[in-house]
Design a protein around this ligand. Structure first.
Ligand code: TMP
Length: 221
């Protein structure tokens, strides 16, 4: 039995990380074995790459270098953590995945999605999320959510037009891949959003025949 791969996407500040945590809690309470990773990050090596990417001191970083660094962090995460977990039948939740590179580097930075797909070809192989939640929030509202809490990182510090391009990029890919990407309105109370996500995932899992009792037996719980 292979597991289930779920990703969360959206502009900085849209609330993905919180919703990813809440989904993990929901699925664990239902008896599923699941793990949550963030991108870039999720392994010791990928977290080190994350520090390089997000460091404001690295303002000289070329767009192509940035794209390769995201792909390198992803390559390590896929091989070290995601593939073994999926092979073990677990539910893997990823806070961002390849869609973020397509949108931030391909569209936001203007490298083009074909180049970004090429760069990532060997990093991800044929691995693709089974289901993606796109948390939809106006980019100006999204970035303002973090402004007063902490110092913004190198990506968050990009100008408003960059975040707007990223936003339009997400809208485009969500529209183009509506079978996989579910758009969730993120300007609502946390609990309303998490309840909607839980409903969607429960019916998706049941539709695939991955009943929790079945998984529990598989893991001998
Ligand atoms: P996070 O704040 O959601 O953890 O993501 C870190 C930043 O990296 C965020 O600004 C989005 C950006 N990013 C990319 O530009 N390309 C990528 O492939 C990924 C995974 C993230």
């Amino acid at each position: 039995m292979s597991g289930l791969f779920i990703s969360f996407e959206g502009n900085d500040g849209a609330g993905k990380s919180t919703q990813a945590e809440l989904l993990k809690k929901h699925l664990s309470e239902e008896g599923f074995s699941c793990c949550l990773f963030r991108e870039p990050g999720g392994t010791d090596i990928s977290e080190k790459i994350r520090e390089i990417i997000l460091d404001n001191a690295n303002y000289k970083m070329k767009h192509l270098t940035e794209a390769y660094l995201y792909a390198a962090a992803r390559c390590q995460l896929v091989r070290e953590k995601i593939m073994p977990a999926l092979k073990g039948g677990q539910i893997v939740i990823c806070d961002r995945f390849l869609d973020s590179s397509l949108v931030y580097q391909g569209i936001g930075r203007g490298l083009g999605t074909d180049i970004v797909k090429d760069i990532n070809k060997y990093a991800v192989g044929s691995l693709k999320p089974d289901l993606t939640f796109f948390l939809h929030l106006d980019p100006a509202e999204a970035i303002n959510r973090h402004k007063d809490e902490r110092e913004l990182d190198r990506m968050e510090n990009q100008k408003a037009y960059f975040h707007n391009r990223v936003y339009r990029g997400f809208l485009d890919i969500a529209h183009g891949e509506s079978e996989r990407i579910v758009t969730v309105e993120a300007n609502r109370p946390l609990k309303v959003i998490s309840a909607e996500i839980a409903r969607i995932i429960d019916s998706f899992i049941n539709g695939r025949g991955l009943q929790n009792e079945q998984l529990k037996r598989f893991f001998g719980q």
